[in-house]
Design a protein around this ligand. Structure first.
Ligand code: G4P
Length: 537
């Protein structure tokens, strides 16, 4: 066994940096309040000075429907994809999971690079479809989730009904750590179940120390003094809660089976600090990650990391692309030589973007949980692993079944080769998925967000000189097909030949016109495995 005295200074330093790091994303349905919450978190962290900064960026993005303009704007504010801030002793990396019309596979894939997630739910609307989809992705890696129920300043669902809905629709146990007192006009604040403290609500941004009232117990007359008739309601709620909700269990939370719940109002900056304080305490630091050969511990001295996102067109003139790499172990230093294992090549990371706090001067290092940006001209793919020496390949960076489909129509007839090359590269980069139907020679593109189609056509034009557009196809769902029974698989192939296609890695994919049809076919062919995601190779 290693003795403490033998642990090198470097290992100690890495362990300390790992301990201080929290890397997370926010998942929510559009309009639940993600941008508002992000802004409040950044204000606490001192990463922005002024309320409205994040909001303004969102408004700017939405004011334009021209995606090239969006990309250009992003090019300037690329750091906003990773918002880094300090809070107390902690270094926090908040990875942006774009929603709205930006919704794409990137949104899903960013979640493969986080260690935990904060889920924002609108108390008026409850669980909404996009939250459900993002939650499914979190479930693939058992990502621990903290829930923030927002907009308590409005008349919303009864808190107990909300809990039941989350448990039912998202299949996760709820453990409230705070509890709301009234809502809408009667919203008085929250009660902290673990601190036995009242947090009194006043609208507006400023929170005062006098708003926090510590109680001896629930019979404390201070409760009546502050809440009046609503004191009894709180006592009743808490009694009910004892029977209805589970106590917080850290192990269950870390396994992704239970979510601690906080109530508040992001716009009023209410309940946010409580959640952040709990977040840094209970959310996991960077955890070991699986590779095809072994688990890699973040505390290992040798550097390793993987690419989870590629952002194109940072600079249109140079076709530059930025690969986002998550550091998984060791210390990263500027100029470091690393091996790009898929190509078996050593490269020098001389000019990485290191996403650090606002002040980027003099930052030359990154640690496990941090994200670095590497410039490249198309040689890096999603899922690529970089290490100092050992040939490793991180797993768990999948492609997700697309939900929208289009057939590509080439408009410049002499450019068939360029079209093929362009589509292949765009799909390798993860911008869009490419399928070749078994029955004909066409190209079908698949995406999880329709903006990806506009992006693909625009990039074909600007980067490959190909004019193309789309025609509708009657597909709504895709599933990767596998089966141990070769004979059955062959039978399935001959039966459904017209609905089958190959993805860019020559994996077989079944394309169905509806969910209903997929379910019917799945029932009919129990020997066939229909997979909704596929590991990046
Ligand atoms: P998103 O990023 O999840 O899409 O949501 P965003 O923060 O943009 O919030 C969506 C809307 O909800 C915004 O209103 C925002 O002001 C409002 N909102 C956020 N938190 C709260 C809250 O705690 N209480 C209430 N009542 N509203 C909240 P908007 O009218 O769309 O935009 P704006 O005009 O306020 O900018």
């Amino acid at each position: 066994m290693e003795r403490i005295s033998e642990v090198s200074a470097e290992r100690g330093r890495i362990a300390e940096e790992v301990r201080r790091r929290r890397t997370f994303g926010i998942i929510s349905h559009p309009d639940a309040g993600k941008t508002t919450l992000t802004e409040k978190l950044l204000l606490f962290g001192g990463a922005i000075q002024m309320a409205g900064a994040v909001k303004a960026r969102k408004a700017e993005r939405h004011a334009t429907s021209d995606w090239m303009a969006i990309e250009r704007e992003r090019g300037i504010s690329v750091t906003s994809s990773v918002m880094k801030f300090h809070y107390g002793d902690y270094e926090i990396n908040l990875l942006d999971t774009p929603g709205h019309q930006d919704f794409s596979e990137d949104t899903y894939r960013v979640l493969t690079a986080v260690d935990s997630a904060v889920m924002v739910i609108d108390s008026v609307k409850g669980v909404e479809p996009q939250t459900l989809k993002l939650m499914e992705v979190c479930r693939m890696r058992n990502t621990p989730i903290i829930t923030f129920i927002n907009k308590l300043d409005r008349e919303g669902m009864e808190p107990l009904d909300l809990l039941a809905e989350i448990e039912d629709k998202l299949q996760i146990e709820c453990a409230p750590l705070t509890w709301p007192i009234g809502m809408g006009k009667r919203f008085k604040g929250t009660y902290s179940l673990y601190r036995k403290e009242l947090n009194l609500f006043r609208s507006g941004q400023d929170r005062l120390p006098a708003d926090l009232v510590t109680l001896r117990d629930l019979d404390d007359p201070l409760l009546e003094a502050h809440l009046g008739l609503q004191a009894d309601q709180l006592r009743e709620d808490l009694a009910l809660l004892q029977g209805a909700a589970d106590p917080f269990d850290e192990a269950q939370f870390l396994r992704g089976n239970q979510t601690p719940l906080f109530f508040g109002s992001a716009i009023n900056n209410f309940g946010v600090r409580e959640m952040l304080d709990a977040f840094v305490e209970i959310a996991p630091a960077p955890r070991p990650r699986e590779t095809t050969t072994r688990m890699v511990d973040p505390g290992e001295e040798a550097f390793s990391g993987f690419v989870f996102k590629i952002q194109a067109n940072m600079d249109l003139a140079h076709r530059d692309r930025l690969a986002f790499l998550r550091v998984c172990s060791g210390r990263f230093t500027r100029g470091m030589k690393v091996i790009h294992h898929r190509l078996g090549k050593e490269i020098s990371l001389t000019n990485p973007i290191i996403f650090m706090a606002q002040d980027r001067t003099g930052v030359d290092e990154a640690w496990p949980g941090d994200i670095i940006g590497i410039h490249n001209h198309g040689t890096i793919k999603i899922g690529d692993t970089f290490t100092e020496k050992e040939p490793l390949r991180f797993t768990g960076i999948p492609s997700f079944a697309p939900e929208h489909f289009r057939r590509v129509r080439l408009l410049s007839p002499l450019k068939a080769k360029q079209l093929q090359k362009g589509l292949l590269q765009l799909s390798e980069e993860g911008a869009v998925q490419l399928f070749r139907p078994l029955g004909d020679n066409s190209y079908i593109l698949g995406a999880v967000g329709v903006l990806q189609f506009d992006v693909a056509v625009a990039r074909l034009r600007t980067e490959y000189g190909v004019e193309a557009d789309y025609e509708a196809v009657n597909y709504a769902v895709a599933r990767w097909i596998e089966g141990e029974d070769r004979r059955k698989l062959a039978e399935f192939e001959s039966y459904y030949g017209n609905s089958l296609a190959l993805d860019r890695n020559e994996n077989l994919v079944y394309l169905a016109p509806s969910d209903w049809e997929l379910k019917y076919v799945m029932k009919k062919w129990p020997e066939i495995v229909f997979k909704s995601s596929c590991e990046h190779l």
